[in-house]
Every structure is written in structure tokens, then in C-alpha cells.
Design a protein around this ligand. Structure first.
Ligand code: NAD
Length: 294
């Protein structure tokens, strides 16, 4: 049966990661493997971007040292586990490729294809996409059975969950290998099917929609945040969370879901998220959203 097949296929060991894209997410994903002992090649197309990714990883380590959770040796071995590079060939020996380049289907398709042409025939390839269909991205690969989504959350080192997204063509062996790599990275995997919003955003966005409707009805967003924090135990309320996520990202993800599953996620007229987005109040990334920062 399926369980037996999974157990048998779980033998694929992941010894080396390659992270494509050294942005916020790529830097965090490289760090997360490296601190858990996995040598990681981090590839980007521009040196300043690579520097940012490495900087992201070292910032997390420095914070860890300040809190006494990381010592100098751990810092050194972790940084030593990360090999930043501009050279695509450097990913050739990776067992697991995690693509974390810009959220653009064309760019991702090209990056996935060149990665597949560079790694070995049985290497696993994943995308950290937040909103692009895994089945669509799989079309760019010769062997889509070795491909799935591996969706980390921001900030990677703090957020415990990873969505492992199974496409139509994804094999059980691929899922088993990615689940075990996720565990090795100290994260909790949940395996979900490919659909607009995957599972996490399918759970989260109805809350955002309810929040928006209350604001339209005249509720004070700071009061809603207080309720969600004090009564329901959210670490932050929806307005603050939207500021963290960014109005551009939230608007984009909501659009993907309302287009893909319109019967479930209706567009809201005068959505405050849309209004903030169109007046360039993007949230923490530009210091103004629902709240003002800095
Ligand atoms: P980012 O803009 O910070 O980083 C993207 C990086 O990709 C840049 O460094 C860029 O130089 C690099 N890049 C572009 N083209 C490339 C190529 N051809 N080869 C190699 N590198 C290339 O973006 P991010 O916020 O880290 O997001 C990356 C991915 O992760 C996106 O798919 C996004 O949807 C997803 N994601 C983001 C978040 C988040 O909160 N930021 C959360 C979960 C998932």
C-alpha cells in the first residue's frame, strides 16, 4: 500500500541543499539548513543580492548569540555550511534544490528548468512559491515527479511550519524526501494538495476578509487587533499581521484566490487592504500601513 511505498522511498537521504535566490526567504532557508548541519549552496544572479542573503543569515546568528542560544563555534560552522555563489554549476551536487527567486511564474519556470539541467537525475526540486500553482511550475520540468512545493514562512528561523505541496505529478518518494528534509531542518511539515492559497492562506485569508468587512462597517482596527490578541491568543492581530505581510503581497495572494476559487474567496468592495495598497501604504516594508513605524 501507500504507507509501505512511502516508507521504502523514505530512504533518499538529503546531504546537500541548493537554495536559488538569496533574498529574505532564500537567506533564511539557507540559514535554517546550515544551522542544522546541512551544507548549502546559495545561488543568486547578483553579488549585492548574495551579500544580502548572507547578511540575513548572519543577522539571525548574531541575535542567537546575543540570546545565548548560539556560541562562536556554532556561528562559524553554520556560516561555513553556506556557500554563496553566482555560478549555477555550483549546485550540481545538491540533493535538494529549493527555489526562492522572485514571485514571477516566467522567472521561476526558467530557474527551475536550468536547475533541473544542472543537478543529478534523481535530485529533488522544490519551489518556495506563495501563490503560484505547483502544477503550473511542474510544466517547466522534464521530470515533474521529483518536484513539489516547499513553502516556508517569514521569518524562516522563527516560523515552525513548512507546507509541503503535492502536485498532480509529484511522487510519494519526493514527498517522503522533502518531509524528512523539513524535519531535519527543525521544522514541522504539513503535506497539502496544490490549490490556490494552499492550506495556510486558505485558513488565514477568510480571517483577513472578516477583518476588512468589520473595518468597512466602522470598527476600529486597533480594537480588532486587541480582541484577536487578548481573547484569541494571536501573537498579533490582523491589522498588524497585514503590515508584516505587506499590502502588496496580501493583495496579490487575495487576488490569486479570488480568481482561482471565486466561489470561496469573493472580492470585497472598498477593502481597506486594497485602499492602503493603492495609496502605497504597504506596511512595515515602507514604514506605513495600518500603523506607522519608525
Ligand atoms: P526577494 O525579492 O527578497 O528575493 C528574491 C531573490 O531572487 C533576489 O535576491 C533576486 O536577486 C533573486 N533572483 C531573481 N532572479 C534570479 C535567478 N534567475 N536566479 C537566482 N536568483 C534570482 O524575495 P523573497 O521575499 O525572498 O521571496 C522569494 C520567494 O519566496 C517568492 O516566491 C515568494 O513568494 C516566496 N515567499 C515569500 C515570503 C515573504 O514573506 N517574503 C514568504 C513565503 C514565501
Amino acid at each position: 500500500g501507500k504507507g509501505k511505498k512511502l516508507a521504502k522511498s523514505a530512504a533518499r537521504v538529503i546531504r546537500q541543499h541548493a537554495v536559488l535566490g538569496a533574498g529574505i526567504m532564500g537567506g533564511g532557508i539557507a540559514y535554517q539548513g546550515a544551522i542544522n548541519g546541512v551544507p548549502t549552496v546559495m545561488r543568486d544572479i547578483a553579488q549585492p543580492a548574495l551579500d544580502l542573503g548572507l547578511n540575513e543569515a548572519s543577522k539571525i546568528l548574531v541575535k542567537g548569540m546575543e540570546r545565548g542560544k548560539v556560541d562562536a563555534k556554532k556561528m562559524a560552522t553554520t556560516l561555513n555550511n553556506i556557500t554563496p555563489t553566482l555560478d549555477l554549476k555550483a549546485i550540481a551536487n545538491a540533493d535538494l534544490v529549493i527555489e526562492a527567486v522572485v514571485e514571477n511564474p516566467k522567472v521561476k519556470a526558467a530557474v527551475l528548468k536550468e536547475a533541473e539541467d544542472t543537478v543529478s537525475e534523481d535530485a529533488i526540486i522544490c519551489s518556495n512559491t506563495s501563490t503560484i500553482s505547483i502544477d503550473l511550475l511542474a510544466e517547466s520540468l522534464r521530470k515533474p515527479e521529483r518536484f513539489c512545493g516547499m513553502h516556508f514562512f517569514n521569518p524562516v528561523h522563527k516560523m515552525p511550519l513548512v507546507e509541503v505541496i503535492r502536485g498532480k505529478a509529484t511522487s510519494d518518494a519526493t514527498i517522503a524526501a522533502v518531509v524528512s528534509a523539513t524535519l531535519k531542518m527543525g521544522k514541522t511539515p504539513i503535506v497539502v494538495n496544490d490549490c490556490p492559497g494552499f492550506l495556510v492562506n486558505r485558513v488565514l485569508f477568510p480571517y483577513f476578509a472578516g477583518f476588512s468587512k468589520l473595518v468597512i462597517d466602522g470598527a476600529d482596527f486597533t480594537a480588532i487587533d486587541k480582541v484577536m490578541e487578548k481573547v484569541f491568543g494571536w501573537p498579533m492581530g490582523p491589522a498588524y499581521l497585514l503590515d508584516v505581510v505587506g499590502m502588496d503581497t496580501a493583495e496579490h495572494a487575495a487576488g490569486v484566490m479570488s480568481n482561482g476559487i471565486p466561489q470561496r474567496m469573493q472580492k470585497i468592495d472598498n477593502d481597506p487592504v486594497t485602499l492602503l495598497y493603492s495609496s502605497s501604504r504597504l506596511g512595515q516594508k515602507n514604514a506605513k500601513g495600518f500603523y506607522n513605524y519608525g
